[in-house]
Design a protein around this ligand. Structure first.
Ligand code: DOR
Ligand code: ZN
Length: 436
């Protein structure tokens, strides 16, 4: 029994979780929590002031296993996910070996089951070895125990237009989706940061917005032409938001995600030459940030995805040009969304539930009822929920994160909100802000 929880910020209710679903709810005080009628042995948690959201779903997580267990493992990454309020993460395929066969995706899926902190849905590579030359065994991955529905070469763009067309056509058979890392590689060769005034001042080679936008325009046309589902990873420019708005207006099946860091941070941070701010696509301008927030608010951008990209110290604490791109995200995502979207009034809590749980579940093809509509709180709804305390502000300390890596761009920054508990099908994975 959760006492006095506020579903999506509405009126407080007491909630009974049983057998993996919301079994009952009632206004507090109507009958006390220790009254008759509660099943024997019911644990009672005082959740006064907490907001209940559906368990968060991340479409874009790098768990690094197999291959770079020094940077992250399925165990450590999913522990970080649960602490961040996530109950499902989609694990990207750029591991070593690459997740381009049924064998590797099943291995990652089983590691997720063993860890038990949240559901792990492996993403399959689109092309063999992420090399962009031959399609991987998409069908074998889809029919494997891991039931892959999302395919991506993330880290690399599927830049060959014919290969992209074939991939889109192929996944239609099982309602799969191609998640594209939109980056025209010829336009970004040698790029170190966003192309613009800051890059010009620092003398660093630029990554132009058009390299992202050209691929989004091409792939939206392809998805419309073949009638397949395209998902655009980590949208980072104002022009990309416009293009996705156009593709949606055409009625094409195009969805998109934005990362927390692209909602908050800008390219002037690169002036510090601190590689913690190096990421791909790069941090952009304040105008881009404003367009991304507006796009997420009006639904042009469907969801928030972390692009949690852990890197070992030797790959990050080095000179700017040699450092790997990527930032941690799982343990701070909801706080950054609070700061950038909720506090300024762009999204209410129902909007957060949609952009961080329901929409990504739908895009990722999660089986019902995980993706079922979560209006306020429904009896029979899955008890896969996260409880957020919206009141505290806390300073992020890299050393206290559950991730094996330390590359958070928010170290020393104060962020709002704290996850108090996470439940996966009625079972707590986090209580009192600690993994159980
Ligand atoms: O910054 C990034 N890091 N962008 C990507 O696309 C890949 C990711 C990684 O794997 O580190
Ligand atoms: Zn990417």
């Amino acid at each position: 029994m959760l006492r006095r929880v506020r579903p999506l910020g509405g009126d407080p209710v007491d909630v009974l979780l049983a057998d993996g679903v919301v079994a009952a709810w009632r206004p507090p005080g109507s009958t006390g929590p220790d009254s008759e009628g509660l099943p024997a042995g019911t644990a009672i948690l005082d959740t006064d002031g907490l907001i209940m959201l559906p368990g968060l779903v991340d479409l874009h997580t790098h768990l690094r296993e197999p291959g770079r267990e020094d940077a992250e493992t399925v165990e450590s990454g999913t522990r970080a996910a649960a602490l961040g309020g996530y109950t499902t993460v989609f694990a990207m395929a750029n591991t070593n070996p690459v997740a381009d066969t049924a064998g590797v995706v099943e291995q990652v899926w089983r590691l997720g089951l063993d860890a038990g902190h949240c559901d792990v849905r492996p993403v399959g590579a689109v092309t063999v070895g992420l090399a962009g030359e031959r399609l991987a065994e998409l069908g074998a991955m889809a029919t494997s125990a891991a039931e892959v529905r999302v395919f991506s070469d993330d880290g690399h763009c599927v830049s060959d237009a014919l290969l992209m067309r074939r991939a889109l056509e192929y996944v239609r058979a099982f309602d799969g989706v191609i998640a594209q890392h939109a980056e025209e590689p010829r336009l970004t060769a040698g790029a170190q940061m966003n192309e613009g005034v800051v890059a010009a001042r620092l003398g660093l080679p630029g990554w132009p917005a058009v390299a992202e936008e050209a691929i989004i325009a091409r792939d939206a046309l392809l998805a419309g032409h073949v009638g397949s589902r395209l998902h655009v990873c980590h949208v980072s420019t104002a022009g990309s938001v416009e293009l996705i708005r156009w593709a949606k207006a055409k009625g094409w099946q195009v969805t998109a995600e934005v990362t927390p860091h692209h909602l908050l941070l800008t390219d002037d941070l690169v002036s510090s030459y601190d590689p913690v701010f190096k990421v791909n696509p790069p941090l952009r301008t304040a105008e881009d940030v404003a367009a991304l927030r507006a796009g997420l608010a009006d639904g042009t951008i469907d969801c928030v995805a972390t692009d949690h990209a852990p890197h070992a110290l030797e790959d990050k604490e080095t000179e700017w040009a040699a450092a790997r791109p990527g930032m941690l995200g799982l343990e701070t995502a909801l706080s950054v969304v609070m700061e950038t979207m909720v506090i300024p009034g762009h999204l209410d809590w129902a909007g957060v539930a949609d952009r961080m749980a329901l929409a990504p579940a739908r895009i990722g093809g999660l089986p019902q009822p995980a993706a079922q509509r979560w209006s306020s709180i429904a009896v029979g709804a899955p008890a896969t929920v996260t409880l957020l305390d919206p009141s505290p502000w806390r300073v992020v300390e890299a050393d206290t994160l559950a991730s094996r890596s330390r590359n958070t761009p928010y170290a020393g920054r104060s962020l709002p909100g704290a996850i108090r508990a996470t439940f996966l099908r009625g079972r707590p994975t986090v209580l009192d802000g600690k993994v159980v």
